[in-house]
Every structure is written in structure tokens, then in C-alpha cells.
Design a binder for this molecule. Sequence first.
Ligand code: XMP
Length: 450
Amino acid sequence: MITPDIHAERILVLDFGSEYTQLIARKVRTAGVYCEVHPFDMEEGALRDFNPKGIILSCDPGAAPLVADPQPVAAAYQLDVPLLSIGYEHARLPARVQKIPDYDNTSSPGLIQQFVLQDCGCTGLWTPANIIEDAIASVRAQVGERQVLLGLSGGVDSSVVAALLHRAIGNQLTCVFVDHGLLRLHEGDQVMRMFADNMGVKVIRVDAEQRFLERLKGVSDPEEKRKIIGRTFIEVFDEEAAKLEGIDFLAQGTIYPDIIESVAIKHGKARVIKSHHNVGGLPEDMKFELVEPLKELFKDEVRKLGVELGLPEAMVYRHPFPGPGLGVRILGEINKEYADLLRQADHIFIEELRNWVDESTGKNWYDLTSQAFAVFVPVKSVGVVNDERRYAWVVSLRAVETIDFMTARWAHLPYGLIEKVSTRIITEIENISRVVYDVSSKPPATIEWE
Ligand code: XMP
């Protein structure tokens, strides 16, 4: 079977600073059509070369327009392709532009889908199966017979890269999995079981818990902890890479929002700048060529690809987990005792979220929340268990609902669920005497406690 050129049909989304731009682009993709997001003042030549089948102008009606004049998009008007404006100041637009007042209106009969499929005449080539075939072909063309190294974190993105590269180049792929001792319960074993045992991927597991804990001893400042974890991670990864011979490529799980954000930051147009980076950030002096097979994909597309590649849904749809792991969920100084207690409490919370089904939606509370975890609070509190006084630690449960993780609402979990989790944690974990629930939304609070 010949794989169609999945980029042949393309929609251009011009971003005028709307917070909905990525949601619009995702709707285009969900309709089965490739699209790219570019700043509203995209260079004219680049705009023509992009050769779109249609153009969407994305502007936030509530915000002052970033440009007083629609000239920067004059080139777009000149192209003989359908144009759709969402939220743009309509009075200024030529009559032939279709106009939708704001993003909320796009859901009524599926307006974006209608625009790309009917008005622009796209046929829907952008499907998970086609994307996989295309990615496999381009990885093979890039890598040839040579060797690729991948830092496998167990997170969704690097896991999907591993599965994809394994399918494309088999044992030319070597993964390094660094266990920094701040992972969730049994996480390291699960990663090894799935990739090494079941899929036959070459994975080198590095047990670096002691080194990380040693470096973190006595450090309580959150940013300092992040830096130490990041630096030590790179050091360990670097050492392992140096032991391998004949590696020319380094694979990374960069996804499309990372690229959109870095372009926006470069142009000074990002609405919100994330200050943190993944622990996997690698030094610039590494002499590898990069392989980034997910760099055109949104997170939901990465997940669909993962399922199509045979990864378990429970793994692919897992909540995000920060690179520094439990390091930012143990407040202040980190030690193994705290990490072990937190791992157990977190495990109970996640288990009960998965077990507790909401009757109105039929979904469990793990799937109904965007991120949920336990936080270790290094404060001792008095409790009574089996008539015995207990003076032990406190954990907080945190669960949020969000679309983009930039803002979030604390999840209104059923009281019965919170009660069950609390009872289990206090009775099953000897050194925890109290459980609290975090009812802070973002902003002003952040999702993580540190
Ligand atoms: P905050 O706490 O900033 O979190 O509201 C937003 C999202 O980012 C994740 N997060 C991190 N991810 N390294 C990461 O890879 C980090 O240092 C880091 N800090 C926060 C957090 O889990 C949430 O999904």
C-alpha cells in the first residue's frame, strides 16, 4: 500500500494572540487535516510557500487586537483559498472571509470541520495509521543503518517515541532509562516490563537513586532542587551515552506545542511563559543529530499514535508527571523515607481514583481529572490509631481539572472518595497521621506545590 502524502492538504492557522489558537489547530487535526500555527506577521514568501488549502485567522475578541490594521495578512487575502476568521475584528475584514464571532461558536454543526473538509476540499489524510507510516518512512530515511539513542522517562512522549522507533528501526535503537529514585511506586519495573520484556526494546536501566539523594541532601529550595535533579540527570545520561559506541542520533519526544511555544517566546508573543523544562533537556555540546518524530503532533495525537502502536491505554492516557518527579512533591528537603511514604500514599490515591466511577458520566475519577497526586508535607501531627497516640506526617491530596495546565480548577471529588482514600492512607501507612485535600485553583496557586 502506498502511504498518501499526509502533508499534501494543509491549513494555515494565523495566530493573533488568541488563547484558543491551539484548540483551533487541534480541531483541524481532529478533522483529519494537517495544519500549522504561525504568527500573524508571518513573512509573505513563507506564507505563499506554505501553500495552504485554507487559512484560519485566530484572534481573541476580548483582547485588544495585536495589530491595528489587517495589512500583515494582506498576502493571505490575495491567495485564492477559503478564509475563516475566528474572533477577529470583523468590520475590517473583506467580505469573502467567513466570520465566527468567537471560539465558543465553533462547536455548533462542527464549523471548523465543515470549513476544512467542505469549503477547503480536504479529504482527511491525517489519520494515526497514516501518520505512523509517514513517521516510519522519514525516520528510516534519516537514520539509514545507523544507531539511535533515546532517553526513556516512562512518560507518554518518550514512550511513544520508543514504540515508534522500535517499529521503524528495531534494534538500531538503544534506550537509557534513568531511575532517579523519585518515581512513582513500581514505575521503574513497569517501564522495563513494558519495553524490554514485552516489546523487546533495548533498554539500559540506570539505578541512580543514591546519587540523586546524595546530591539533594540538605537542599530545600525548590528551584535549587530542580536544578540539581536536572544537572544530575544529564550527568548520568551523558555517562551512559559515552559508554555506547557508534551512536549518531539522539531521539527526543519534542511535541508541536513545544515548538509553538518556543517560536512565540522567540517572537515575544507568548501569553504565558513556562519557566520549567523537562529533566530530559540535554547539553548543547552533545554531538548527536536529533530525531524528533513527534514534533508535528499535539499531545492528543501522540496518545492516539501510542494506542495505534500497541501501548496500553492506561499508560498512554496517564496524567502528566513532572521531570523532577516526587522531588517537587516532597516539600523542602528530600530523603528516601519521605519518598517511600509519598509513593505509597500516591499509589492509594491513584488506585481509588481509578476505582471510583461517576454514575452520571460512567467514567472513573482518574479519567475525569487532568492531574492528581499526593504531596508530602513535612509536618508532624497527632492522631489516634487503635487507641494509640500517633505523631506522624501529613500528606495532601491534589487533583485538578484543566485543558492547558496554564490555569486549573481544583477537582470537586466526591466526599466518599476522599474519605476512602484518607482512611486507607492513614490505616495502611503507619507514619502518616493526617490527610488534607488541596482546594486551591491555578491561579493563584500552581498545580504542583513547589
Ligand atoms: P505548575 O505547577 O507550574 O504545573 O502549575 C503545570 C504543569 O507542569 C508540570 N510541571 C513540571 N514538568 N518539570 C516538568 O517536566 C518541572 O519542573 C515541572 N513543574 C511543573 C506540572 O506537573 C503540571 O502538569
